[in-house]
Design a protein around this ligand. Structure first.
Ligand SMILES: Cc1ncc(COP(=O)(O)O)c(C=O)c1O
Length: 475
């Protein structure tokens, strides 16, 4: 296990502590300025328990793309999930924590050749396809792969539709592709689909499972031994959402169309596992009041916080997410109409266009829940604003359940809720480092053209002379 500093470990919370009072402790430590996350491993464990309870027949293959934190992957591996990887790098990350290649599905229907070669080299042999070109690539690069045909079946309403990019038509295209695979001597073992991420149409799972059944029949006539049904992603993950309705539809459809227990049923949940586990705290570093020039009243306030759409809130653009700002400490203050903005110089960098919040001051914190899915893997430090650091916590009950499950080790945990390096005042820049620019005396670089001039001794006065210009009064 690679640990570069104490904060990458999971903090076992003090008795009675919870995510909110940890956020308060860090925010009010006096040394924290950058935005930060608190990730609750107990929330992920609760989700896993819920999944096993509600859909006992369905083996989850966590979709790594959703949040590829090494700690999350290790926790999920310890809980017994398998993994859906979309690339060579994701495969390597999962293998690096000691997961067997047989617990990985390479679920990207359009794979670069070198990634297929890599899958072959490391023994990840289960992979999806939805087009003829992919079949020819696989034939030449990994002819013994076990193939899963991805069909299209779209939810009528979903946060992110995927059908326009992936999934062949189960009636018009799939039979032809299966015949081509047969002619090429390839092995098709199953059917997969993804109804759309953030699915709000539970009955779509029945439609997709029924379509998969027809292709199992066709596969049998072509001589394939089909034994895998992959239900893809689409399950909700934010606080207060439940998988009960989708689970009911799936369980009933499996009983109707796939009663044979020999058929291995898997799914690729992403946001379900991680969305609610991550809470983000952002700091108000600036504010601007918009004034009604008729009567001098404040019409609206613009708050600028230190994470935005180029960082965690990329999910507003890419994942069509909606977020709710929660002030950490503002009880009793006057309510004002406001907007919330990210820190960069781009006008697009807006987090909340219009809302009502208690009046905030510079230095106050705004918290956002449900920030674990499709946020951090995409975030960039554009304009020099760092991607927030994650403080990972667990309560002692869940710690006892998790601590001895491979690949977790004693080294993964540290006792005590508050990140150790906060006490040292080391978290000011969000990377756990003291600001080196303040600490180190930097020699001034000479501008182009004078690079070779000797640097005058300190007593010799300034190195450069400025031309003085007389400036008259501004008219
Ligand atoms: C192939 C595949 N599987 C699984 C997922 C995860 O979906 P979700 O986060 O909706 O569970 C995605 C998301 O894009 C995907 O493309």
């Amino acid at each position: 296990m690679k640990l570069s500093n104490l904060d990458e470990r999971i903090h076992v919370m003090d008795a009675g502590a919870n995510v909110w009072n940890i956020i308060k402790d860090i925010a009010e430590s006096g040394v924290q300025e950058e935005a930060f996350y608190v990730c609750d491993i107990g929330d992920i464990m609760k989700k896993h328990k819920e999944w096993k309870l509600k859909m006992p027949r369905v083996q989850p293959y966590y979709a790594v793309k959703c949040n590829d934190s090494l700690t999350i992957l290790e926790v999920l591996a310890a809980l017994g999930t398998s993994f859906d990887c979309a690339s060579k790098a994701e495969i390597n990350k999962v293998l690096s924590i000691g997961v067997d290649p047989s617990r990985i599905i390479f679920a990207n229907p359009a794979k670069p050749a070198s990634h297929i070669r890599h899958a072959a080299a490391v023994g990840v042999d289960l992979m999806t396809f939805d087009n003829e070109c992919e079949l020819h690539k696989i034939k030449s690069l990994f002819p013994t792969a076990k193939l899963v045909i991805r069909i299209r079946c779209d939810a009528t309403v979903a946060q992110c539709q995927l059908g326009m990019k992936f999934g062949c038509d189960p009636e018009a295209d799939a039979p032809r592709l299966m015949q081509i695979a047969h002619l090429l001597g390839l092995e098709i073992v199953g059917v997969s689909f993804h109804v759309g991420s953030g699915c709000q149409d539970p009955p779509v799972f029945r439609r997709a499972i029924a379509a998969a059944r027809n292709l199992f029949e066709l596969g049998a006539t072509l001589g394939f031994s089909m034994n895998l049904l992959d239900l893809g992603g689409g399950y909700p993950g934010i606080k207060g959402s439940y998988i009960d309705k989708i689970a009911e539809v799936i369980n009933n459809a499996l009983e109707e169309f796939f009663p044979d227990p020999e058929v291995h049923i898997i799914a690729e949940p992403g946001r379900y596992y991680v969305a609610s586990a991550y809470t983000l705290a952002t700091n108000v570093h600036s504010k601007r009041e918009l004034i009604n020039h008729e009567d001098g009243s404040i019409t609206s306030v613009m708050y600028y916080v230190n994470d935005g759409v180029y960082g965690s809130f990329n999910c507003l653009l890419y994942d069509h997410m909606e977020v709710t700002p929660i002030p950490l400490n503002a009880a009793g203050r006057k309510i004002r109409q406001c907007s919330v903005w990210g820190p960069t110089c781009d006008g697009l960098d807006q987090i909340v266009e219009r809302t009502l919040l208690p009046e905030l001051e510079v230095g106050d914190w705004i918290v956002f829940e449900n920030m674990g899915a499709y946020t951090l893997p995409v975030a960039s430090p554009f304009n020099g604003f760092p991607v927030p650091k994650v403080h990972t916590v667990i309560d002692d009950h869940n710690w006892l359940l998790l601590k001895d499950l491979h690949p977790m080790t004693e080294e993964h945990f540290v006792i005590g809720s508050t990140p150790a390096n906060l006490h040292l005042g080391l978290d000011i820049d969000g990377r756990g480092n003291i600001d080196e620019w303040e600490e180190v005396a930097m020699p001034l670089a000479a501008p182009d053209g004078v690079a070779n001039n000797p640097v005058p001794p300190a007593s010799a006065g300034p190195a450069f002379l400025y031309e003085l210009v007389e400036v008259g009064p501004v008219s």
